[in-house]
Design a protein around this ligand. Structure first.
Ligand SMILES: Nc1ncnc2c1ncn2[C@@H]1O[C@H](COP(=O)(O)OP(=O)(O)O)[C@@H](O)[C@H]1O
Ligand SMILES: [Mg+2]
Length: 252
């Protein structure tokens, strides 16, 4: 087993009376794609915000690449090693695709314009969008927009990619093309990835390990085949619910 890039130990977080994380443990190995499943409101986004350092645990520790995020100076270092793809995609609609992808480079680094152009072009190649470089996001399909958001998250070559529902709102075929772009790109860049999704086919397609967040803990985590075969009642219930929702969506 390779070294852990992410280690959460006994992380607890509450908002008022709502205890969201209850002594959660998680390790993600370097280079691994970990996909997090969980019901709506189970705390997936809250957990991801702890990895970004946007939330601090009430108790427990979050260590990324050897840095303890409770220390502000270490948090600064780690922030530069993380790429985030937000739930909404959140592109700048008045900037072209290339300008959107270039944005983190301009914000964080003092690079020559030619260097920025070269890195943007390389990222757009990786997600199959080089031809759309000078187009505004509003002219793109939903799947293309997600791939732009992903390119922007990866342009600084982060060690850790965090993505919150990167395929939300896409149809199954488009989801598959986005998944494939994400997997190809992040394997090539050798990033470790923590990806939240509602979508089981996505989870099983892209994950090295799938985990389920339930009642404040990751109650099961393993390779897709193992996860699917889990006898844990919460996993069985989650898989059953998902199949039922899919069946009723097909009837509509
Ligand atoms: N900043 C906040 N203040 C108060 N409650 C919050 C805050 N962020 C999240 N919560 C609550 O934490 C729970 C988990 O939310 P979230 O992580 O967004 O769920 P999801 O699994 O759908 O991403 C919800 O009950 C939500 O209302
Ligand atoms: Mg969420």
């Amino acid at each position: 087993m390779s070294r852990a890039l992410v280690t959460l130990r006994q992380v607890s977080k509450r908002f008022g009376d709502t205890e969201v994380l209850k002594g959660l443990d998680l390790e993600i190995s370097e280079g691994e794609t970990f996909v997090l499943l969980g019901g709506s409101g189970s705390g997936k986004t809250v957990l991801m915000k702890h990895l970004e350092g946007l939330l601090q645990p009430d108790a427990g520790s979050v260590i990324i690449d050897g840095h303890d995020l409770r220390r502000p100076e270490e948090l600064e270092v780690v922030r530069r090693e993380i790429g985030v793809q937000f739930q909404s995609g959140a592109l700048f609609d008045s900037l072209t695709v290339a300008q959107n992808v270039a944005f983190p480079l301009r914000e964080l680094q003092h690079l020559a314009p030619e260097e920025i152009d070269a890195r943007v072009e390389a990222m757009l190649d990786l997600v199959g969008l080089r031809a759309a470089a000078n187009v505004l996001p509003g002219e793109l399909s939903g799947g293309m927009r997600k791939r732009v958001a992903f390119a922007r998250a990866m342009v600084l070559h982060p060690k850790l990619l965090l993505a919150d529902e990167p395929t939300a709102g896409l149809d199954p075929i488009t989801t598959e093309t986005v998944d494939d772009a994400l997997v190809a790109a992040h394997r090539q860049l050798r990033a470790t990835a923590f990806i939240i999704t509602h979508d089981l086919p996505t989870a099983f397609r892209i994950a090295d390990r799938v985990g389920l967040l339930f009642e404040g803990k990751i109650i099961e985590a393993g390779p897709p085949e193992q996860f699917r075969a889990s006898a844990h009642p919460a996993v069985r219930a989650f898989l059953k619910d998902w199949l039922a929702r899919e069946a009723s969506a097909r009837e509509d």
